[in-house]
Design a protein around this ligand. Structure first.
Ligand code: SF4
Ligand code: SF4
Length: 447
Protein backbone atom coordinates (compact mmCIF):
# COMPACT_ATOMS: atom_id res chain seq x y z
CA UNK A 1 0.00 0.00 0.00
CA UNK A 2 1.52 3.36 -0.96
CA UNK A 3 1.56 5.98 1.81
CA UNK A 4 0.32 9.55 1.45
CA UNK A 5 1.83 12.63 3.05
CA UNK A 6 2.41 16.44 2.96
CA UNK A 7 5.25 18.90 2.31
CA UNK A 8 7.88 19.58 5.02
CA UNK A 9 7.95 17.91 8.43
CA UNK A 10 10.60 15.94 10.32
CA UNK A 11 11.35 12.41 11.50
CA UNK A 12 12.08 12.52 15.22
CA UNK A 13 13.13 9.31 16.96
CA UNK A 14 9.93 7.50 17.88
CA UNK A 15 10.48 5.70 21.21
CA UNK A 16 7.13 3.92 20.67
CA UNK A 17 8.74 0.59 21.55
CA UNK A 18 8.68 1.58 25.23
CA UNK A 19 4.89 1.19 25.46
CA UNK A 20 3.28 0.07 22.19
CA UNK A 21 3.02 -3.54 23.38
CA UNK A 22 1.44 -2.58 26.71
CA UNK A 23 -2.35 -3.00 26.92
CA UNK A 24 -4.36 -0.40 28.84
CA UNK A 25 -4.50 -0.86 32.61
CA UNK A 26 -7.35 0.60 34.65
CA UNK A 27 -5.92 3.02 37.19
CA UNK A 28 -7.20 2.56 40.78
CA UNK A 29 -9.43 5.32 42.15
CA UNK A 30 -7.31 8.12 43.67
CA UNK A 31 -7.91 9.48 47.17
CA UNK A 32 -8.50 12.97 45.83
CA UNK A 33 -9.16 14.60 42.47
CA UNK A 34 -8.74 18.13 41.11
CA UNK A 35 -11.25 19.05 38.41
CA UNK A 36 -10.51 22.26 36.47
CA UNK A 37 -13.69 23.90 35.20
CA UNK A 38 -11.97 24.60 31.91
CA UNK A 39 -10.66 21.40 30.37
CA UNK A 40 -11.66 22.48 26.89
CA UNK A 41 -11.42 25.38 24.45
CA UNK A 42 -14.16 27.93 24.92
CA UNK A 43 -15.98 29.16 27.99
CA UNK A 44 -15.23 27.74 31.42
CA UNK A 45 -17.99 25.49 32.84
CA UNK A 46 -20.07 26.87 35.72
CA UNK A 47 -19.80 25.01 39.00
CA UNK A 48 -22.93 23.29 40.36
CA UNK A 49 -21.41 22.30 43.73
CA UNK A 50 -19.93 23.98 46.79
CA UNK A 51 -17.62 23.00 49.63
CA UNK A 52 -19.11 20.21 51.76
CA UNK A 53 -21.39 18.76 49.05
CA UNK A 54 -21.43 15.00 48.52
CA UNK A 55 -21.06 13.92 44.91
CA UNK A 56 -21.32 10.60 43.09
CA UNK A 57 -19.03 9.20 40.41
CA UNK A 58 -20.33 10.40 37.06
CA UNK A 59 -22.32 13.30 38.57
CA UNK A 60 -22.18 16.58 36.67
CA UNK A 61 -20.39 19.05 38.96
CA UNK A 62 -20.11 21.92 36.48
CA UNK A 63 -22.39 22.71 33.56
CA UNK A 64 -21.51 24.00 30.11
CA UNK A 65 -21.68 27.78 29.91
CA UNK A 66 -22.76 28.67 26.38
CA UNK A 67 -22.36 26.90 23.04
CA UNK A 68 -18.56 26.47 23.00
CA UNK A 69 -18.17 24.87 26.42
CA UNK A 70 -18.45 21.43 28.05
CA UNK A 71 -19.73 20.14 31.38
CA UNK A 72 -17.42 18.50 33.93
CA UNK A 73 -18.33 15.30 35.83
CA UNK A 74 -16.79 13.82 38.94
CA UNK A 75 -14.72 10.69 38.40
CA UNK A 76 -15.11 9.57 42.04
CA UNK A 77 -17.75 9.47 44.76
CA UNK A 78 -16.79 11.80 47.58
CA UNK A 79 -17.03 15.20 49.23
CA UNK A 80 -16.23 18.61 47.75
CA UNK A 81 -13.30 20.02 49.71
CA UNK A 82 -12.93 23.36 47.94
CA UNK A 83 -13.65 25.36 44.80
CA UNK A 84 -10.85 27.73 43.81
CA UNK A 85 -7.73 28.31 41.75
CA UNK A 86 -5.45 25.29 41.32
CA UNK A 87 -2.40 24.67 39.15
CA UNK A 88 -2.99 22.92 35.80
CA UNK A 89 -0.65 21.24 33.33
CA UNK A 90 -1.01 24.21 30.96
CA UNK A 91 1.17 26.16 33.40
CA UNK A 92 -1.71 28.44 34.41
CA UNK A 93 -3.88 28.10 37.54
CA UNK A 94 -7.58 27.61 36.79
CA UNK A 95 -10.76 27.50 38.85
CA UNK A 96 -11.09 23.90 40.00
CA UNK A 97 -13.16 21.65 42.25
CA UNK A 98 -11.27 19.43 44.69
CA UNK A 99 -13.12 16.24 45.67
CA UNK A 100 -11.95 13.82 48.37
CA UNK A 101 -13.01 10.27 47.67
CA UNK A 102 -15.20 8.25 50.05
CA UNK A 103 -14.22 4.70 50.92
CA UNK A 104 -10.87 3.11 51.31
CA UNK A 105 -10.90 0.13 48.95
CA UNK A 106 -7.99 0.83 46.65
CA UNK A 107 -9.17 -1.55 43.95
CA UNK A 108 -12.70 -0.12 43.77
CA UNK A 109 -13.60 -0.16 40.11
CA UNK A 110 -14.70 2.89 38.20
CA UNK A 111 -18.39 2.97 38.96
CA UNK A 112 -20.57 5.36 37.09
CA UNK A 113 -23.58 5.81 39.31
CA UNK A 114 -24.76 8.63 37.12
CA UNK A 115 -24.78 6.47 34.01
CA UNK A 116 -26.97 7.89 31.25
CA UNK A 117 -29.55 5.81 29.40
CA UNK A 118 -28.18 3.62 26.62
CA UNK A 119 -29.23 4.53 23.09
CA UNK A 120 -29.50 2.43 19.96
CA UNK A 121 -26.92 3.66 17.39
CA UNK A 122 -29.12 2.39 14.55
CA UNK A 123 -32.14 4.41 15.65
CA UNK A 124 -30.56 7.52 17.16
CA UNK A 125 -31.06 10.82 15.26
CA UNK A 126 -28.27 13.34 14.45
CA UNK A 127 -29.71 15.78 17.02
CA UNK A 128 -29.77 13.07 19.70
CA UNK A 129 -26.12 12.26 18.96
CA UNK A 130 -25.13 15.92 19.42
CA UNK A 131 -27.19 16.25 22.60
CA UNK A 132 -25.67 13.13 24.13
CA UNK A 133 -22.12 14.12 23.18
CA UNK A 134 -22.68 17.53 24.80
CA UNK A 135 -24.25 16.04 27.95
CA UNK A 136 -21.41 13.52 28.34
CA UNK A 137 -18.85 16.36 28.31
CA UNK A 138 -16.89 14.96 25.38
CA UNK A 139 -14.03 17.11 24.11
CA UNK A 140 -11.50 16.38 21.36
CA UNK A 141 -8.94 13.87 22.64
CA UNK A 142 -6.22 15.05 20.27
CA UNK A 143 -4.88 17.81 22.52
CA UNK A 144 -6.82 20.99 21.68
CA UNK A 145 -9.89 19.73 23.62
CA UNK A 146 -12.45 21.48 21.43
CA UNK A 147 -15.99 20.60 22.59
CA UNK A 148 -17.01 17.75 20.27
CA UNK A 149 -20.72 18.65 20.06
CA UNK A 150 -19.69 21.95 18.44
CA UNK A 151 -17.60 20.15 15.83
CA UNK A 152 -20.65 18.00 15.09
CA UNK A 153 -22.76 21.14 14.49
CA UNK A 154 -21.21 22.92 11.48
CA UNK A 155 -23.01 25.99 10.11
CA UNK A 156 -25.74 25.13 7.61
CA UNK A 157 -23.79 26.63 4.69
CA UNK A 158 -20.81 24.29 5.17
CA UNK A 159 -21.08 21.07 3.21
CA UNK A 160 -19.13 18.29 4.91
CA UNK A 161 -18.31 15.32 2.73
CA UNK A 162 -15.69 13.41 4.70
CA UNK A 163 -14.97 12.52 8.33
CA UNK A 164 -11.34 11.63 8.99
CA UNK A 165 -10.38 9.76 12.13
CA UNK A 166 -6.88 10.73 13.11
CA UNK A 167 -4.96 7.55 13.85
CA UNK A 168 -1.55 9.07 13.09
CA UNK A 169 -0.30 9.54 16.64
CA UNK A 170 2.74 11.23 15.13
CA UNK A 171 4.15 12.53 18.44
CA UNK A 172 7.05 10.35 19.63
CA UNK A 173 6.48 8.11 22.71
CA UNK A 174 2.66 8.24 22.64
CA UNK A 175 0.92 4.91 21.94
CA UNK A 176 -2.51 5.45 23.43
CA UNK A 177 -4.30 5.79 20.07
CA UNK A 178 -2.46 2.71 18.80
CA UNK A 179 -3.67 0.73 21.82
CA UNK A 180 -7.23 1.95 21.23
CA UNK A 181 -7.03 0.81 17.59
CA UNK A 182 -5.71 -2.61 18.61
CA UNK A 183 -7.94 -3.15 21.65
CA UNK A 184 -11.23 -1.51 20.65
CA UNK A 185 -11.47 -1.52 16.84
CA UNK A 186 -15.22 -2.27 16.75
CA UNK A 187 -16.07 0.53 19.18
CA UNK A 188 -13.89 2.92 17.21
CA UNK A 189 -15.73 2.05 13.98
CA UNK A 190 -19.06 2.43 15.80
CA UNK A 191 -17.94 5.90 16.98
CA UNK A 192 -16.89 6.86 13.44
CA UNK A 193 -20.29 5.84 12.07
CA UNK A 194 -22.04 7.90 14.76
CA UNK A 195 -19.95 10.95 13.83
CA UNK A 196 -20.81 10.41 10.15
CA UNK A 197 -24.49 10.09 11.04
CA UNK A 198 -24.43 13.30 13.07
CA UNK A 199 -22.92 15.15 10.10
CA UNK A 200 -24.89 13.38 7.37
CA UNK A 201 -21.64 12.24 5.73
CA UNK A 202 -21.24 9.13 3.59
CA UNK A 203 -17.42 8.87 3.55
CA UNK A 204 -15.36 7.97 6.61
CA UNK A 205 -11.57 7.58 6.55
CA UNK A 206 -9.25 6.28 9.23
CA UNK A 207 -5.79 7.76 8.58
CA UNK A 208 -2.95 5.78 10.16
CA UNK A 209 0.82 6.31 9.91
CA UNK A 210 2.61 3.38 8.28
CA UNK A 211 4.67 2.69 11.41
CA UNK A 212 1.56 0.92 12.75
CA UNK A 213 1.10 -1.91 10.20
CA UNK A 214 -0.83 -4.12 12.64
CA UNK A 215 -3.42 -1.40 13.23
CA UNK A 216 -3.72 -0.76 9.48
CA UNK A 217 -4.24 -4.48 8.84
CA UNK A 218 -6.70 -4.98 11.69
CA UNK A 219 -8.89 -2.00 10.81
CA UNK A 220 -8.71 -2.71 7.06
CA UNK A 221 -10.10 -6.19 7.76
CA UNK A 222 -12.75 -4.84 10.11
CA UNK A 223 -14.16 -2.40 7.54
CA UNK A 224 -13.88 -4.77 4.56
CA UNK A 225 -17.65 -5.07 4.21
CA UNK A 226 -18.55 -1.59 5.46
CA UNK A 227 -19.90 0.76 2.81
CA UNK A 228 -18.23 4.20 2.71
CA UNK A 229 -15.39 3.44 5.13
CA UNK A 230 -11.70 3.23 4.24
CA UNK A 231 -8.33 3.00 5.94
CA UNK A 232 -5.58 5.19 4.48
CA UNK A 233 -1.92 4.46 5.14
CA UNK A 234 0.08 7.66 5.73
CA UNK A 235 3.80 8.24 5.70
CA UNK A 236 5.37 8.34 9.15
CA UNK A 237 6.37 11.95 9.49
CA UNK A 238 5.82 14.65 12.09
CA UNK A 239 3.30 16.46 12.17
CA UNK A 240 1.27 14.08 10.00
CA UNK A 241 -1.53 14.17 12.60
CA UNK A 242 -2.02 17.96 12.42
CA UNK A 243 -5.46 18.63 10.93
CA UNK A 244 -4.30 20.52 7.85
CA UNK A 245 -1.58 17.97 7.08
CA UNK A 246 -3.97 15.08 7.48
CA UNK A 247 -6.56 16.64 5.17
CA UNK A 248 -3.90 17.35 2.54
CA UNK A 249 -2.62 13.77 2.72
CA UNK A 250 -6.07 12.14 2.63
CA UNK A 251 -8.04 14.40 0.26
CA UNK A 252 -5.35 16.40 -1.57
CA UNK A 253 -7.11 19.62 -0.49
CA UNK A 254 -5.31 22.56 1.15
CA UNK A 255 -7.00 24.36 4.04
CA UNK A 256 -6.22 28.05 3.32
CA UNK A 257 -4.59 30.12 6.10
CA UNK A 258 -7.21 31.31 8.58
CA UNK A 259 -9.76 28.75 7.39
CA UNK A 260 -11.04 25.61 9.09
CA UNK A 261 -11.18 21.97 7.90
CA UNK A 262 -14.93 22.37 7.40
CA UNK A 263 -14.17 25.05 4.77
CA UNK A 264 -12.86 22.25 2.56
CA UNK A 265 -15.61 19.82 3.55
CA UNK A 266 -13.72 17.83 6.19
CA UNK A 267 -14.18 17.12 9.88
CA UNK A 268 -11.31 15.52 11.80
CA UNK A 269 -11.82 13.60 15.00
CA UNK A 270 -9.36 11.79 17.20
CA UNK A 271 -9.47 8.03 17.76
CA UNK A 272 -10.18 8.49 21.49
CA UNK A 273 -13.01 10.91 20.71
CA UNK A 274 -14.74 8.32 18.50
CA UNK A 275 -14.50 5.79 21.32
CA UNK A 276 -15.84 8.30 23.87
CA UNK A 277 -18.81 8.96 21.55
CA UNK A 278 -19.48 5.22 21.27
CA UNK A 279 -19.28 4.86 25.07
CA UNK A 280 -21.61 7.81 25.68
CA UNK A 281 -24.28 6.49 23.32
CA UNK A 282 -24.04 2.71 23.54
CA UNK A 283 -23.00 2.42 27.20
CA UNK A 284 -24.43 5.69 28.59
CA UNK A 285 -21.06 6.81 29.97
CA UNK A 286 -19.98 10.38 30.63
CA UNK A 287 -16.33 11.33 30.07
CA UNK A 288 -14.64 10.81 33.43
CA UNK A 289 -11.46 9.02 32.38
CA UNK A 290 -8.46 9.90 30.25
CA UNK A 291 -6.53 7.31 28.26
CA UNK A 292 -2.82 8.12 28.37
CA UNK A 293 0.68 6.83 27.82
CA UNK A 294 3.20 7.18 30.64
CA UNK A 295 6.61 6.82 29.05
CA UNK A 296 10.19 8.04 28.70
CA UNK A 297 13.38 6.46 29.94
CA UNK A 298 12.98 8.32 33.22
CA UNK A 299 9.83 6.47 34.38
CA UNK A 300 10.48 3.15 36.10
CA UNK A 301 7.46 1.25 34.68
CA UNK A 302 6.09 2.73 31.45
CA UNK A 303 2.37 2.04 30.95
CA UNK A 304 -0.77 2.78 28.99
CA UNK A 305 -3.45 3.72 31.50
CA UNK A 306 -7.13 4.62 31.81
CA UNK A 307 -6.97 7.24 34.55
CA UNK A 308 -9.83 8.97 36.42
CA UNK A 309 -9.86 12.62 35.29
CA UNK A 310 -8.55 14.80 38.11
CA UNK A 311 -5.86 12.37 39.34
CA UNK A 312 -2.67 14.31 39.92
CA UNK A 313 0.39 13.77 37.74
CA UNK A 314 2.36 12.85 40.87
CA UNK A 315 -0.14 10.07 41.72
CA UNK A 316 0.17 8.64 38.20
CA UNK A 317 3.97 8.76 38.34
CA UNK A 318 3.97 7.03 41.74
CA UNK A 319 1.71 4.28 40.34
CA UNK A 320 4.27 3.73 37.57
CA UNK A 321 7.03 3.12 40.11
CA UNK A 322 8.38 6.68 40.28
CA UNK A 323 11.19 8.30 38.34
CA UNK A 324 14.77 7.15 37.76
CA UNK A 325 17.74 9.01 39.27
CA UNK A 326 18.75 10.43 35.88
CA UNK A 327 15.34 11.89 35.00
CA UNK A 328 15.49 15.63 34.26
CA UNK A 329 12.19 16.69 32.74
CA UNK A 330 8.48 15.85 32.98
CA UNK A 331 6.24 16.72 30.06
CA UNK A 332 2.46 16.46 29.73
CA UNK A 333 1.52 15.54 26.15
CA UNK A 334 4.04 14.58 23.50
CA UNK A 335 7.65 15.84 23.41
CA UNK A 336 7.01 18.10 20.38
CA UNK A 337 3.88 19.94 21.50
CA UNK A 338 3.59 19.03 25.18
CA UNK A 339 4.18 21.28 28.18
CA UNK A 340 7.07 20.88 30.65
CA UNK A 341 5.78 20.61 34.22
CA UNK A 342 6.96 22.42 37.32
CA UNK A 343 4.13 21.38 39.67
CA UNK A 344 3.15 17.71 39.77
CA UNK A 345 -0.04 18.50 41.70
CA UNK A 346 -1.57 19.50 38.37
CA UNK A 347 -4.28 17.00 37.38
CA UNK A 348 -4.81 14.72 34.41
CA UNK A 349 -7.49 16.38 32.28
CA UNK A 350 -9.97 14.95 29.76
CA UNK A 351 -7.60 15.42 26.81
CA UNK A 352 -4.31 14.51 28.51
CA UNK A 353 -2.63 12.08 26.12
CA UNK A 354 0.63 11.37 27.89
CA UNK A 355 3.00 11.97 30.76
CA UNK A 356 6.66 11.70 29.77
CA UNK A 357 9.56 11.48 32.15
CA UNK A 358 12.71 12.21 30.18
CA UNK A 359 16.35 11.62 31.01
CA UNK A 360 19.31 13.78 30.08
CA UNK A 361 20.07 11.78 26.94
CA UNK A 362 16.49 12.24 25.70
CA UNK A 363 16.51 16.01 26.18
CA UNK A 364 18.68 18.11 23.89
CA UNK A 365 20.32 20.68 26.12
CA UNK A 366 22.82 22.18 23.71
CA UNK A 367 23.51 25.89 24.08
CA UNK A 368 21.76 28.36 21.81
CA UNK A 369 23.95 30.06 19.19
CA UNK A 370 23.21 32.86 16.69
CA UNK A 371 21.11 32.01 13.63
CA UNK A 372 23.21 30.40 10.87
CA UNK A 373 20.78 31.49 8.15
CA UNK A 374 20.72 27.88 6.98
CA UNK A 375 17.02 27.96 6.13
CA UNK A 376 16.35 24.51 7.57
CA UNK A 377 13.43 25.74 9.69
CA UNK A 378 11.85 27.32 6.60
CA UNK A 379 12.18 24.12 4.57
CA UNK A 380 10.70 22.02 7.36
CA UNK A 381 7.69 24.20 8.25
CA UNK A 382 4.66 22.30 6.95
CA UNK A 383 2.71 25.56 6.65
CA UNK A 384 5.39 27.29 4.55
CA UNK A 385 5.97 29.97 7.18
CA UNK A 386 9.28 31.71 7.93
CA UNK A 387 9.89 30.55 11.52
CA UNK A 388 13.15 32.44 11.87
CA UNK A 389 11.46 35.70 10.91
CA UNK A 390 8.43 35.12 13.16
CA UNK A 391 10.62 34.32 16.16
CA UNK A 392 12.77 37.38 15.50
CA UNK A 393 9.75 39.71 15.30
CA UNK A 394 8.48 38.26 18.56
CA UNK A 395 11.87 38.77 20.26
CA UNK A 396 11.92 42.39 19.10
CA UNK A 397 8.28 43.05 20.13
CA UNK A 398 7.47 43.82 16.49
CA UNK A 399 4.01 42.30 16.74
CA UNK A 400 2.52 44.19 13.77
CA UNK A 401 5.24 42.73 11.56
CA UNK A 402 4.69 39.30 13.12
CA UNK A 403 0.99 39.55 12.32
CA UNK A 404 1.77 40.54 8.75
CA UNK A 405 4.11 37.56 8.41
CA UNK A 406 1.28 35.20 9.44
CA UNK A 407 2.21 34.33 13.02
CA UNK A 408 -1.40 33.43 13.89
CA UNK A 409 -1.36 30.72 11.22
CA UNK A 410 1.40 28.83 13.08
CA UNK A 411 0.06 25.62 14.67
CA UNK A 412 2.93 25.50 17.19
CA UNK A 413 4.00 22.04 16.03
CA UNK A 414 7.62 22.62 17.05
CA UNK A 415 9.06 21.24 13.79
CA UNK A 416 11.13 24.39 13.27
CA UNK A 417 12.74 24.21 16.72
CA UNK A 418 13.48 20.54 16.19
CA UNK A 419 15.41 21.20 12.98
CA UNK A 420 17.32 24.28 14.11
CA UNK A 421 21.08 23.52 14.35
CA UNK A 422 21.55 26.72 16.38
CA UNK A 423 19.13 25.42 19.06
CA UNK A 424 17.02 28.58 18.91
CA UNK A 425 13.73 28.01 20.78
CA UNK A 426 11.77 29.16 17.73
CA UNK A 427 8.37 27.76 18.67
CA UNK A 428 8.55 29.27 22.16
CA UNK A 429 9.19 32.73 20.72
CA UNK A 430 6.51 32.23 18.09
CA UNK A 431 3.98 31.03 20.70
CA UNK A 432 4.66 34.12 22.78
CA UNK A 433 4.31 36.45 19.79
CA UNK A 434 1.17 34.66 18.63
CA UNK A 435 -0.50 35.18 22.02
CA UNK A 436 0.30 38.90 21.87
CA UNK A 437 -1.02 39.23 18.32
CA UNK A 438 -4.23 37.34 19.17
CA UNK A 439 -4.71 39.65 22.13
CA UNK A 440 -4.14 42.68 19.87
CA UNK A 441 -6.73 41.34 17.44
CA UNK A 442 -9.23 40.77 20.26
CA UNK A 443 -8.80 44.33 21.49
CA UNK A 444 -9.23 45.67 17.93
CA UNK A 445 -12.53 43.78 17.51
CA UNK A 446 -13.78 44.99 20.92
CA UNK A 447 -13.32 48.65 19.91
S1 SF4 B 1 5.82 25.73 14.95
FE1 SF4 B 1 4.80 27.07 13.47
S2 SF4 B 1 6.46 28.04 12.35
FE2 SF4 B 1 7.35 26.26 13.42
S3 SF4 B 1 7.22 24.60 11.91
FE3 SF4 B 1 5.35 24.48 13.14
S4 SF4 B 1 3.84 25.69 11.99
FE4 SF4 B 1 5.87 26.22 11.18
S1 SF4 C 1 17.06 26.62 11.35
FE1 SF4 C 1 17.82 27.91 13.02
S2 SF4 C 1 19.83 28.54 12.31
FE2 SF4 C 1 18.74 27.79 10.49
S3 SF4 C 1 17.72 29.63 9.63
FE3 SF4 C 1 16.25 28.68 11.01
S4 SF4 C 1 16.59 29.76 12.93
FE4 SF4 C 1 18.40 30.15 11.72
Amino acid sequence: MSSKTFHGGVHPKEYKELTEHLAFEIFPQPQQIVLPLSQHLGKEAKTLVKKGDDVKAGQMVAQAEGFVSAPVHSSVAGKVMSVGKEQTSSGFPKDSIIIKRNGTIESESLTNEFRLSTLNPEQISPDEIRERVALAGIVGQGGAAFPTSVKLSPPKDKVIDVVILNGCECEPYLTRDYRFMMERPDDLISGLKLIMKALGVKRGVIGIENNKPEAIELLTNKIKYEHGLEVVSLKTKYPQGAEKMLIKAVTGKEVPPGKLPMDVGAVIQNIGTAIAIHDAIVKGEVLITAALTVSGKGIKNPKNLIVPVGTTIQTVIDYCGGVTDDSVKIVVGGPMMGTAQFDLHAPVMKATSGILVLTKDEVAENPETPCLRCGQCVGACPLNLMPTKLARYSQLNRFDDAEGAGITVCMECGTCSYTCPANIPLVQWIRLGKQKVLQMQKERTAK
